[in-house]
Structure formats: structure tokens, C-alpha cells
Design a protein around this ligand. Structure first.
Ligand code: PRP
Ligand code: MN
Ligand code: MG
Length: 179
């Protein structure tokens, strides 16, 4: 385990099981449809690849890059669109894929932006949901784990852009970001 990690919250096996469960749920719910999966960069990269390989149908994939944390441990509230999708989503069944839902600001922003383009349906799948972090209303349709109100890193989640490639989700030691 990395030295800066206080404890592992979800192991590789826990995450794999969650991906299998969510993949089965989505496969069942989207039978006969051809949904587009929009991954929210950068945090989603590992979850996107693991989740989509659990689907029992061919998936159409795109990415959108938005950023809100600007390096700290708390959301600044200011969302920046770094890179847009290049798929036309009008009339499409769309599933936004996120690593974590915290204040809800990123998702609220994405819902507004993407709804304007008239998708047929718009749903959200997140690996982690931190309900205590919510500042604006936001809800996911598919959730891997409800997580406690602690600063998490790994499996895509960063602290100042590092720790993303830890294969598990862990709690960062407070002294790492206190100084
Ligand atoms: C993180 C995370 C989610 C978002 C959730 O992304 O990956 O996308 O914040 O937080 P919220 O519910 O408070 O909006 P971040 O903005 O740090 O960009 P990143 O994915 O590139 O790390
Ligand atoms: Mn993100
Ligand atoms: Mg981040």
C-alpha cells in the first residue's frame, strides 16, 4: 500500500465486483438500445474501461473533460469545460459515467449542458457517491458505493493530479494535504 494512504476503502476485487454488478444492471436496462457512454475526464478513466468491458453489448463511447477542483481538496464551485464531446447526442440514449459524485456541481453542469442538446434519455452511472458532500441537487441512477465524507484518492481520483493510478480507492492521510 502507498505510504500516503491511511486505509484502503475499496480493493481491486471490491471494484471489480461493483463493475460486474453495474454492467449487468445496465445491460439489462438498455437491452435493444444503443446508448452512448460519456466519460467525464480525467477521474473516470479506469472506471470507464472496467465498466464498459462488463457490458454484454457493443458500446458507443465519448469523453468530456470538465474540471472543478483546480488542484485542492475541495471543489471551487467553478466548472471549466476543457474538452467537449464530438458526438451528436440528439435523440440518443446517453449515460454519463463518473468516478465520484460529491458536491453535485459537475453533474448539475453536465446535465444542463447536455440536456440542451435534446438526448432521448440522460442517465448517470457513478462508481462512488458521497451524499454528505452535496451542495446542489444531483442524483445518479447507477451507484457502485456510497462513500463516507473523507478525501479519497486512487482508481482515477487524484490529489493535485497524483494518486490516480493506485489500483484501489483509499483515504488520503490528512497530513499529506495539511502542509
Ligand atoms: C472530480 C471527480 C468528479 C467531480 C465530482 O473531478 O472526478 O468529476 O470532481 O465533484 P463534484 O460533485 O463536487 O462536482 P475534478 O474536477 O477533480 O477533475 P478530474 O476528474 O480531472 O480530477
Ligand atoms: Mn472528474
Ligand atoms: Mg480532480
Amino acid at each position: 500500500m502507498n505510504n500516503d494512504i491511511e486505509r484502503v476503502l475499496y480493493s481491486q476485487d471490491d471494484i471489480k465486483a461493483a463493475c460486474q454488478r453495474l454492467g449487468a444492471d445496465i445491460t439489462r436496462d438498455y437491452a435493444g438500445k444503443k446508448p452512448l457512454f460519456i466519460g467525464v475526464l480525467k477521474g473516470v478513466i479506469f472506471f470507464m474501461t472496467d465498466l464498459l468491458r462488463e457490458l454484454d453489448f457493443l458500446a458507443d463511447i465519448d469523453f468530456i473533460d470538465v474540471s472543478s477542483y483546480h488542484g485542492g481538496t475541495a471543489s471551487t464551485g467553478e466548472i471549466t469545460l476543457v474538452h467537449d464531446i464530438d458526438t451528436d447526442i440528439s435523440g440518443r440514449d446517453v449515460i454519463i459515467v463518473e468516478d465520484i459524485l460529491d458536491t453535485g456541481r459537475t453533474l448539475a453542469y453536465l446535465r444542463d449542458r447536455l440536456s440542451e442538446r435534446k438526448p432521448k434519455s440522460l442517465k448517470v452511472c457513478t462508481l462512488l457517491d458521497k451524499p454528505e458532500g452535496r451542495v446542489v441537487e444531483a442524483k445518479a441512477d447507477y451507484v457502485g458505493f456510497n462513500v463516507p465524507n473523507e478525501f479519497l484518492v486512487g482508481y482515477g481520483l487524484d490529489y493535485v493530479e497524483y494518486y490516480r493510478n493506485l489500483p484501489y480507492v483509499g483515504v488520503l492521510k490528512p497530513e499529506v494535504y495539511a502542509n
